[in-house]
Design a protein around this ligand. Structure first.
Ligand SMILES: [Zn+2]
Length: 267
């Protein structure tokens, strides 16, 4: 139990310690502690409290800095699609990644935006992982989900769909798009993705699964995954849907016929 809590804490704290916010917080708190305890000679407990307070202040400052320097959304980013539109798949010429150096203490940041997707920050290691998948994999790479749309990165272009596709669905559709097979896409959308997952079912699933991947516990790049894929008669019921991160979702798609992972994990 204690080991479990320690491991969990470590998985949160270690990445933070490698950020500029983490390094600045710890450095300032050490200096504050030293001044209070050694120079001003306050009691140990008061010096420790002062150090903790310094961490809080620096973290708060970092959050304020980050939010005040976030990029302004381009006009295409603020486009809103209707809540109950039909399922679509589109090439998104506006979508793309960019880097800026205006983060806390001039740290590098990676952003993504698209049509209807406001600037969304990705951790640099996440971006590198996505780029690696994009270069080496034959499956499209899930980038972000905003409202009903999911963006996919495939062969140096970006696409969005509003059918909560898994990587294998997205791959089938994009191959047809590449072949200019309009009819095939229409058929595929009708046959497999005619009904997007209702918003209330998504909310229920998201809360039930705690916003984390059922397979690995990550809270990054989260997607809704049908445990029985649409091609094999999947249904939009909560017990048939689970959360998976993009990595686990790719592994599941590459794993072939065994598609019941999300369902067995959620039981
Ligand atoms: Zn996962």
């Amino acid at each position: 139990m204690i080991n479990h809590v320690a491991a969990k804490l470590d998985s949160r704290v270690s990445p933070w310690l490698h950020t500029r916010e983490g390094i600045a917080s710890v450095s300032v708190s050490v200096v504050v502690f030293w001044i209070l305890w050694a120079a001003v000679e306050v009691p140990l407990l008061a010096a420790l409290l002062g150090a903790a307070f310094a961490i809080l202040l620096v973290s708060l400052g970092a959050r304020l800095w980050e939010s005040s320097t976030a990029p302004d959304p381009a006009p295409f980013s603020t486009f809103e699609d209707s809540v109950d539109g039909c399922v679509e798949l589109r090439h998104d010429p506006n979508a793309g990644f960019w880097r800026d150096s205006r983060g806390f203490l001039w740290g590098d940041r990676i952003w993504f935006a698209g049509t209807g997707c406001p600037p969304t920050q990705l951790r640099p290691d996440t971006y590198l992982r996505l780029r690696g998948w994009c270069r080496h994999g034959d499956l499209p790479v899930f980038v972000v989900r905003v409202r009903r749309r999911q963006w996919w990165w495939w062969r140096d272009a970006f696409y969005w769909e509003s059918g909560d596709c898994g990587p294998e669905d997205a791959a089938a559709l994009l191959v047809m798009l590449e072949r200019d097979d309009e009819q095939g896409i229409e058929w595929e959308l009708d046959a497999r993705l005619a009904e997007p997952i209702p918003e209330d079912v998504k909310r229920l699933v998201y809360e039930r699964d705690g916003g984390r991947c059922l397979a690995c516990g990550s809270d990054e790049l989260i997607q809704f995954a049908h445990s029985v894929s649409w091609a094999t008669d999947g249904r939009n019921e909560p017990q048939n849907i689970g959360l998976l991160c993009a990595g686990c979702s790719r592994r599941k798609a590459a794993g072939g016929p065994n598609r019941s992972h999300a369902a067995s994990a959620s039981r």
